[in-house]
Design a protein around this ligand. Structure first.
Ligand code: RIB
Length: 305
């Protein structure tokens, strides 16, 4: 029986265009392609954890539109338990994404159904939290709901991961005591800590501040530079495998889902970080959010160059 991961978070339909470069304000660019792709940070992390070996349950909301049905079906096709994915009136979450020739992206999200994931909806599926070994949250659903989930997860003694994405400023201070693993990227770590993260040294400073705020352990993802782990006693840099990136969308989600799946399966933190990093590296070699996420056998077959 594989370890259980619960993801409380967002589902978005990604409307993805590829263009030579990202547009400037007021500019119209001609794109090269368009695709609708299942995404959303919560759903991406759920798919990653499932493909990478965990038994996964999703807690979230989709609208009663065609996108909502597709988003739910995409998770069901991965064997993810969706009994706690509610269908609510209105549109589903969407993300407007432009990916440029250098594989960077710009994203605008509209919450849609994700905005209706209330504390009450999470509480109604308490059995899902109770059954989980690891619970993952992000910030694309109402903050009160994230705060509730962290508090309830702590009461239940679960391992709690917060991927603070997207981050617009500091987290509510009372959340920190419930976070076992805080996993921001550089810009999120900067927003949370007030330290501009642009080097390993500044990442260490930011991580130290987040630990001082009360986070158990911090992993700052650094894109092609890998990640920085901090536990309050020491720092460890994990270099990333070198790959040819074509689309970085959902790389962070793949790391979080892979890390959670490996941790829930009893692997050490260092092994789980290495596993998540290989999975994330493979994801950037493929286009789209959920379609880019590798399986456990893809990761096992990968030999870093
Ligand atoms: O992290 C990538 C995700 O961010 C995309 O799938 C998009 O939906 C946005 O939520």
């Amino acid at each position: 029986m594989s370890a259980k991961v619960a993801v409380v978070g967002s589902l978005n339909m990604d409307l993805v265009t590829r263009a030579e470069r990202l547009p400037r304000g007021g500019e119209t660019l001609t794109g090269k392609s368009f695709a609708t792709v299942s995404g959303g940070k919560g759903a991406n992390q759920a798919v990653a954890a499932a493909r990478l070996g965990a038994q996964v349950s999703m807690v979230g909301c989709v609208g009663d539109d065609a996108y909502g049905q597709q988003l739910r079906d995409a998770l069901l096709a991965e064997g993810i338990d969706c009994q706690a994915v509610s269908v609510v009136p209105g549109s589903s979450g969407v993300a407007l994404i432009v990916v440029d020739d250098s594989s960077q992206n710009a994203i605008v999200i509209v919450a849609g159904g994700n905005g209706q994931l209330t504390e009450q909806k999470v509480a109604a599926f308490d059995a899902v939290l109770q059954a989980a070994d690891v619970i993952i949250c992000q910030l694309e659903v109402p903050l009160d709901t994230v705060g509730y989930t962290l508090k309830r997860g702590r009461e239940l003694g679960k391992t709690l991961i917060l991927n603070p994405a997207p981050a617009n400023g500091p987290l509510p201070p009372q959340w920190y005591a419930s976070i076992d693993y805080l996993i921001p990227n550089e810009s999120e770590a900067s927003a949370l800590s007030g330290v501009t993260v642009d080097s390993l040294a500044s990442a260490e400073l930011a991580a130290a501040r987040l630990i001082a705020a009360g986070a158990g352990k911090v992993i700052i993802t650094l894109g092609p530079q890998g990640s920085l782990f901090a536990d309050g006693k020491s720092f460890r840099h994990f270099p990333a495998p070198k790959v040819q990136a074509i689309d970085t969308t959902a790389a962070g989600d793949t790391f979080v889902g892979g890390f959670a799946a490996a941790l829930a399966a009893g692997r050490s933190e260092a092994e789980a970080i290495g596993f998540g990093q290989v999975a994330a590296a493979l994801s950037v070699t493929r286009a789209g959010a959920q379609p880019s996420i590798p399986t456990q056998s893809d990761v096992q077959a990968f030999i870093p160059s």
